[in-house]
Write a protein that binds this ligand. Structure first.
Ligand code: VGL
Ligand code: ZN
Length: 193
């Protein structure tokens, strides 16, 4: 599949944060492997003047998703901490639009659209197609992609720039199948013209 990127397109980098990478609080096993590939995508979008968005999990210290507050996860991506920083090798341009999510104690938000102005921001820039990569395939990437489809964006999944948690073996594979069934188009770097 050949895709020419330009005006009307946007890149969405999902949750490429220290805590989701090896050594972090909630590591995606090969989370850091998305970084060099995403840097290539970032460069391609930057060159054509297409906007680049980066979502980040940005929890308060007592977030409901943490085990000690009844949730499923160890504490991670607590706002303002080192673990919540973007991966140090991720080359986000200065004009990257940063979207912080799951910022309220009593609300979980896997999708970058949930409780944020992401949709309005994309629409205000005339974005029609979004290209989504990052972490984790089976949680925040999936939810962000499904919301993008629901809101009418033509949505592309960057198959070579995602990694999953796989709490149950096969979760990531099933997530990609579900996204595909719901209309996402799967691309890799060499598909970009
Ligand atoms: C995520 C688990 C908990 C994600 C965030 O970014 O995929 N997963 N919080
Ligand atoms: Zn989280």
């Amino acid at each position: 599949m050949k895709v020419k990127i330009g005006k009307g397109d946007a890149l969405i980098v999902v949750d490429v944060q220290r805590d989701f990478c090896p050594g972090g609080a909630l590591p995606v096993p090969k989370g850091d492997e998305v970084v060099p590939v995403l840097n290539e995508y970032i460069e391609r979008f930057r060159k054509v003047g297409a906007p680049i968005y980066a979502t980040r999990d940005w929890h308060p210290p007592d977030h409901k998703s943490f085990r000690e507050y009844g949730g499923d996860w160890p504490p991670h991506c607590i706002r303002g901490t080192r673990g919540a920083e973007f991966h140090p090798d991720l080359k986000l341009p200065d004009d990257t639009i940063v979207i912080s999510k799951a910022t309220e104690r009593d609300k979980e938000a896997y999708s970058g659209f949930e409780g944020t102005n992401l949709k309005e921001n994309l629409k205000s820039r005339g974005v029609k197609r979004v290209f989504v990569g990052g972490l984790a395939t089976d949680y925040c990437v999936k939810s962000t992609v499904l919301d993008a489809l629901r809101y009418g964006f033509e949505t592309f999944l960057l198959l070579d720039a995602i990694q999953g948690v796989d709490v149950q073996p096969g979760d990531s594979e099933r997530a990609v199948e579900e996204m595909t069934r719901k209309g996402v188009k799967r691309v890799i770097l060499s598909d970009l013209e």
